[in-house]
Design a protein around this ligand. Structure first.
Ligand SMILES: [Zn+2]
Length: 132
């Protein structure tokens, strides 16, 4: 049980805002789904973006009402086609239903205002600023 809790907390850390402000309002529900997806596919999801504070969201040119502001968003690096398949399979099995597929990452969210399932190819236009 202690290990499970530690793993959950380690996963949560990956969702902290990348600007250094420390913001991390990731919901337990969203985090549980990511954790479940990792468990059933047997791979660690490389989280490249989770929460963003409003200022950082502007800096990386996120949408004005980005789900990253609500703690229900992940960008996951998509390194190989097989990896992409496993990541999406796990997320779907975990009950997540909102996807944007970029050339190098998968965006998944549970937007509180737009709960409608979607699956969008989003390789347009390439983002100029890259999140670190
Ligand atoms: Zn921040």
């Amino acid at each position: 049980m202690e290990t499970e809790e530690k793993n959950f907390n380690d996963l949560r850390q990956k969702f902290t805002c990348k600007c250094g402000c420390g913001r991390n309002n990731t919901t337990d529900d969203f985090l549980s789904k990511i954790s479940f997806a990792q468990t059933i596919t047997g791979i660690d999801y490389p989280i490249t973006s989770g929460c963003r504070c409003p200022q950082h969201n502007v800096e990386v040119e996120g949408s004005q009402d980005s789900p990253s502001l609500y703690g229900a968003h992940a960008d996951i690096a998509n390194e190989t086609p097989f990896n992409c398949f496993l990541i999406i399979k796990g997320l779907l099995m975990a009950g997540l239903e909102r996807f944007r597929i970029y050339p190098h990452h998968i965006h998944v969210d549970q937007h509180p205002t737009y709960p409608i399932p979607s699956f969008v190819w989003a390789n347009y236009p390439p983002k100029i600023k890259k999140e670190v």
